[in-house]
Each structure stands twice: as structure tokens, then as C-alpha cells.
Design a protein around this ligand. Structure first.
Ligand code: DAH
Length: 360
């Protein structure tokens, strides 16, 4: 074997056996680097005869190209192998099903809103909405609550910031869902049957009050809708909502600026053994405010009070959720405690319907 054949065998075997890029680089320097074996051989060409130089020079160049090509090919093969290994270790089966132990639950407030919506939808009530940042006019004036009316103080209103130079009254965080009555009447006219569930705000905080809570408003306007219709609708609602065969309601004369006459409604119940039972017993529980819509409120909604009349009511959603599901402290509703949510929450996708069962 010639010296060149020995060099060739040595480097090609070394390259084939190299396990990583670092050993490849070592081999490259040893062969083709400035002081590499091939480079030194190139330098010897100067002392050769012209004939020797032609043949040995060509052979050296071929050897140099061969080693260079082998280095490149091996480098590519090492990179491919590294990628293969990475793909294998990072492989992920995207068709695997999700992990059910992470399933969330439906908050009792959402559940009760769905239940209430299902019950009233069954009686032909559509859902109406309004903004939570409401104008002073919609929240108060349009509902017959004049600026000097004491109800404005009772509501412990949150006011939005307004430039001191601006003469207009500031917007408020709505203190009840009643302004949606006005918006719905303006948008749809009469006759109309809507409920409006949503968030409301008052500056108040204890075991039964939170600065943000939920109400559902009801409104039914037609040519001859009366208190009798109101009573039937509320009885029907309470029976279905509390999932009992019968209920007894007591209408207590009251006062709201936006209804005339006005009534607060109590439901018959018992607290035997600390357990609340709806529909029987000797106690009464206040559950909502209601009445016949005041003519001024109809007019503010763009409806002619000489042609149309009807009823309205407002229910505290958190309160009826606490009663139905035996939840003692209102504040827990808004603390997002996972253990509480797991205990009191409802299975997702079990949508309440009147015919299929509300709470299962
Ligand atoms: N807006 C009242 C409140 O927040 C509740 C209410 C009472 C609503 C009587 C009504 C109603 O629609 O007729 O306390």
C-alpha cells in the first residue's frame, strides 16, 4: 500500500466510527488543517520533479476531496440521528382523550340563572340584557325615582368618575336589573314578555350582602295583564324552581317607585330541624318584589299607558340559589374556592330544562 492509501484508510475509518461532531472536527484538523497530514504532504510537492508533482498532486487532491465529502456526509448523518432521537423522546399522542379529573363545574349562580331562564322561556318570556355601567336616567329617573327620592340613598350606589366641570350626572354601576325594563320596552314596544338576569352592584358587605350580586327582572306588558296573571306566573315559577308539587304565596302591600300597586311576595316554608322546606309549615320567607308597572315607567319606555298595562318583578338570584341548594354564606359565592366549587358546583353540559328536570 502507498502512503496515501494508508492515510485514506485511516481517515475514512475514523470518520465512519466518529460518534459526535467534536470527534469529526478533530479528524478534520488532523487531516486537512494547516498542520494536518494531507496539508503537509501538499507542501512536499515543491521538492518533487514536475512528473512526480503532477501524479502525486492529483492523487492528493482526490484524497482531500474524498475526506472532505466523507466528513460532510457523516456530519449530516449525525444531525439526522439527533433529530430522530429528539422526535422519539418528544412524541405525543394528540388523539388521547382529555383528563376528566380536571373537569370544572357550573357555579350555582350560573346554574340557577339557567334554571330561571328555562322556566320563564317555557312561559314565553324572552331574555333581555342591558349594560352594567348604566346612565343615571335608566337606573333611576326612568323608573320614577326622582333625584331627591330617598330610594337613591337606600341603593348605596357606586358612581363612575366624571370630570368635575361636566354638568351631567355621573353614570352608575346599576343597582338593580330594573333599568333593563326600560331598555327592553324601548327596543321592542308592547306587547312584551321578557326576563333580564344579570349582575348588580351596591356598597354593602356582610354574610347576606355582597357589593356585586345577581338579580332577575321580569316584565310582562299587554292590553289586559293584571295582578292575577302576576300571581299565577310567580306561583308557577316557584313550584317549578323549588321542585315541589305546590306552593303558597303571600302578597304583602309594599312600595316601589316603579310599580303601583306594589307587593313583596313571601313563600310558605318550614325550618324544622334547621332544614328549609318550601311549600309547607308555618313560616314565611320573603323572596321577591313586584307590582303593576307605573304609568310613568311605561311612558319612559315609550309605551302608551292608556293602552297598555302589565306587571314587573325582581328576584335576588343568589338568595334563591342559597335557599334551594342550602348554601349558608353568600360571600363564598364570590371567593372562587375550588373545594367549595367542587362541593356546590354542577356537572357541565347538564343543561336544566323544565321537562328533563332542573337540578336532576
Ligand atoms: N328593583 C328592585 C330592587 O332592586 C326589585 C323590584 C321590585 C323589581 C319590584 C321590580 C319590582 O320589577 O316590580 O330592590
Amino acid at each position: 500500500m502507498t502512503t496515501l492509501d494508508v492515510l485514506k484508510a485511516k481517515y475514512l475509518e475514523g470518520i465512519a466510527a466518529a460518534a459526535d461532531e467534536a470527534s469529526l472536527e478533530e479528524l478534520r484538523l488532523a487531516a486537512l488543517g494547516k498542520k494536518g497530514e494531507i496539508s503537509l504532504k501538499m507542501r512536499e510537492l515543491g521538492q518533487m520533479t514536475p512528473e512526480e508533482r503532477t501524479t502525486t498532486g492529483a492523487a492528493l487532491n482526490r484524497l482531500k476531496d474524498e475526506i472532505d465529502a466523507a466528513l460532510r456526509a457523516k456530519k449530516e448523518a449525525l444531525a439526522d440521528a439527533a433529530l430522530d432521537a429528539r422526535l422519539k423522546s418528544e412524541w405525543l399522542d394528540v388523539t388521547l382523550p382529555g383528563r376528566p379529573r380536571r373537569a370544572g363545574t357550573i357555579h350555582p349562580v350560573s346554574q340557577v340563572m339557567d334554571e330561571v331562564t328555562a322556566i320563564f322561556a317555557d312561559m314565553g318570556f324572552a331574555v333581555a340584557e342591558g349594560p352594567q355601567v348604566e346612565s343615571d336616567w335608566y337606573n333611576f329617573d326612568a323608573l320614577n325615582i326622582a333625584p331627591e327620592h330617598p330610594a337613591r340613598q337606600e341603593h348605596d350606589t357606586f358612581f363612575m368618575a366624571r370630570d368635575a366641570a361636566d354638568p351631567r350626572p355621573p353614570h352608575v354601576l346599576r343597582t338593580h336589573t330594573s333599568p333593563v325594563q326600560i331598555r327592553a320596552m324601548q327596543a321592542k314596544g308592547a306587547p312584551i314578555r321578557v326576563i333580564a338576569p344579570g349582575r348588580v352592584y351596591r356598597m354593602d358587605m356582610d354574610q347576606t350582602h355582597a357589593p356585586m350580586f345577581h338579580q332577575v327582572e321580569g316584565l310582562a306588558i299587554g292590553r289586559d295583564i293584571s295582578m292575577a296573571n302576576l300571581k299565577w306566573v310567580l306561583e308557577e315559577f316557584c313550584k317549578t324552581f323549588f321542585e315541589v308539587p305546590s306552593v303558597e304565596l303571600r302578597f304583602r302591600a309594599s312600595h316601589f317607585p316603579f310599580t303601583e300597586p306594589s307587593a313583596e311576595v313571601d313563600i310558605r316554608c318550614s325550618w324544622e330541624g334547621g332544614q328549609l322546606k318550601i311549600g309547607e309549615g308555618n313560616s314565611w320567607l320573603e323572596i321577591l318584589g313586584s307590582g303593576m308597572v307605573h304609568p310613568k315607567v311605561l311612558a319612559a319606555g315609550g309605551i302608551d299607558p292608556t293602552e297598555y298595562q302589565g306587571f314587573a318583578f325582581g328576584v335576588g338570584i343568589d338568595r334563591i340559589a342559597m335557599l334551594k341548594y342550602g348554601i349558608p354564606d353568600l360571600r363564598a359565592f364570590f371567593e372562587s374556592d375550588l373545594r367549595w366549587l367542587k362541593h356546590y358546583g354542577f356537572a357541565a353540559l347538564d343543561l336544566p330544562t323544565v321537562f328533563g328536570g332542573l337540578s336532576k
